[in-house]
Design a protein around this ligand. Structure first.
Ligand SMILES: Nc1ncnc2c1ncn2[C@@H]1O[C@H](COP(=O)(O)OP(=O)(O)O)[C@@H](O)[C@H]1O
Ligand SMILES: O=P(O)(O)O[C@H]1O[C@H](CO)[C@@H](O[C@H]2O[C@H](CO)[C@@H](O)[C@H](O)[C@H]2O)[C@H](O)[C@H]1O
Length: 468
């Protein structure tokens, strides 16, 4: 039998944890959410381990530091361990067998994960972990959870049809920006986010971490990436030769509404958290940061080499832009997988920023055009993803381009309508931000989905030649 542990006591699981740290260097790179697949793991060190359920089964909350050639990053794990009634976990979730106990990644074990929601509802503290509901939230308990299976950098569990708990995988110290921005927007009554309902946080070596965020789940919502991909597929599969606007699956109306929603969220973020004017020195800083990121990524991904010089000159132009420009809190990693279409309209998710960014980079005030650029990149991705690995086909390439052009333009129209300023009026800044995002994507794909590397690389080539 096992039950919740509600005291400061930490069970004697040192041996199990030591075994785990020996197995994890091989296992971590097999996980979708692990962001360091581009280099070997040299060592894994456990920083904290906290039994959430003790006995058989055991549910252990573990924070590890993962060492790779030039970096050490922290990750959160939920490890299940059972001697009896081992659930049927997929091979990828199995971590190993230690002293007759099967250890596995436990987010798929509903018998174990229901305690996370119950602990948030109960406001309990377990070891250093604090489980807290938001002040006005009233939560149902006893619900079973299943993990969602979309492309994700974190792991999200859906409880019944009511709640979604995101467990942050890669951890950075400080209160998570996703939670902070959701709280700020909710306080203002923004209709474009899902209600924040609770959090899991804790302290390691004197530093605060957010481990999880609970939100209202929107059961009938459609994912923006899925909707856009369906529209592109319809166009690609259509033999009639009709233009996108004459096909049933046209997405441009949605892209327009999405542009309006993003502009409204930017206005609310500025109202809640303020905005500033950035002058020449800051623009120089942005330009230098883009070039620094480019050089760092080009050193790791040789395929970027042929574009480096022209990218540098596009980034240099940012330093000479007429200033000031407005900067504020932004989403930081906006793309079609971060937006949900509900019956009330578009919702934005995941305000955490880029998974690889430092805390300072995530919380820095930025031009809102950074998010516009992120979404424009995403239209490009949606259009070109189906061509990955296919032999070159001029006609399909032209269709992909026409879909992207139409939806990028509709998005900017909507954004301009709601904000009063068409993003395309700041063409040089927008182009530099898009190129900067595409350079980031080169690193992201290289480390996470090497087969997709061609998508940002071919966009960079295209944007550079169009900008000439
Ligand atoms: N409140 C919600 N209601 C319904 N689905 C959601 C909700 N929040 C997230 N999702 C789904 O989970 C996916 C991943 O969420 P996200 O916050 O972007 O996680 P990650 O940081 O891992 O990318 C989204 O693409 C969406 O499909
Ligand atoms: O959603 P996350 O915060 O995990 O963002 C990361 O993963 C995204 C992929 O899931 C990645 O987005 C890139 O691929 C998308 C298609 O899968 C595309 O729509 C985006 O435009 C493209 O940037 C994102 O960059 C990364 O930070």
């Amino acid at each position: 039998m096992s039950g919740p542990v509600e005291t400061e006591e930490v069970g004697p699981h040192d041996e199990l944890v030591e075994q785990l740290t020996e197995t994890l260097p091989e296992w971590l790179p097999t996980q979708r959410w692990f962001g360091g697949k581009d280099r070997d793991v040299s060592a894994v060190r456990a920083l904290s381990w906290t039994p959430l359920l003790d006995g058989d089964p055991l549910l252990l909350h573990v924070v590890v530091e993962v060492e790779q050639a030039d970096r050490a990053e922290r990750y959160q794990l939920l490890v299940g361990s059972r001697q009896h009634q081992v659930p049927d976990v997929p091979a990828s979730a199995s971590i190993g067998v230690e002293a007759g106990f099967t250890c596995y990644e436990a987010t798929g074990d509903a018998d174990l994960t229901s305690c996370l929601l119950d602990s948030i509802a109960g406001g309990v503290q377990i070891g250093h972990l604090r489980f807290e509901a938001e002040p006005d939230a009233e939560l149902d308990t006893g619900l079973r959870a299943h993990p969602i299976t979309t492309e994700q950098s974190n792991t999200s569990l859906v409880y019944g049809r009511q709640y979604i708990l995101k467990l942050f995988r890669k951890l950075t110290p400080g209160v998570n920006k996703d939670l902070l921005l959701h709280r700020a927007l909710w306080k203002l009554g923004s209709p474009h986010i899902a209600e924040p309902l609770g959090a899991i946080s804790g302290e390691i070596d004197g530093e605060e971490f957010t481990f999880g965020m609970l939100q209202r789940f929107m059961p009938d919502a459609a994912d923006g990436w899925v909707m856009a991909s369906t529209s592109v597929r319809d166009l690609m599969a259509d033999g009639s030769g009709l233009p996108p606007e004459e096909l049933g699956g046209d997405f441009a109306g949605e892209a327009y509404r999405l542009g309006k929603a993003v502009a409204n969220v930017h206005a609310d973020l500025a109202r809640a958290l303020g905005s500033q004017e950035a002058h020449a020195a800051e623009l120089e800083g942005s330009s230098a940061a883009m070039i620094e990121r480019l050089d760092r990524i080009a050193a790791e991904v040789p395929e970027l080499g042929p574009h480096v010089e022209r990218l540098r000159s596009a980034f240099r132009k940012v330093a000479d832009l007429p200033s000031p420009i407005t900067v504020q809190s932004v989403h930081g990693d906006l793309h079609l997988g971060q937006v949900l279409r509900t019956v009330q309209g578009w919702l934005l998710l995941d305000f955490e920023g880029e998974p690889a960014a430092t805390l300072a980079e995530r919380t820095a005030l930025r031009s809102p055009l950074r998010d516009v650029a992120g979404m424009l990149r995403s239209f490009d991705y949606a259009a070109h993803q189906l061509l990955v690995g296919q032999p070159h086909d001029e006609e399909q390439e032209e269709r992909a381009l026409s879909w992207a052009r139409r939806n990028r333009s509709a998005f900017c129209d909507g954004y301009g309508k709601a904000s009063g300023a068409d993003p395309r009026e700041q063409a040089d800044l927008l182009l530099a931000l898009e190129l900067d995002k595409a350079v980031y994507e080169v690193a992201y794909e290289h480390a996470n989905r090497p087969d997709w590397l061609t998508v940002p690389l071919s966009s960079i080539a295209r944007m550079l030649s169009e900008g000439e």
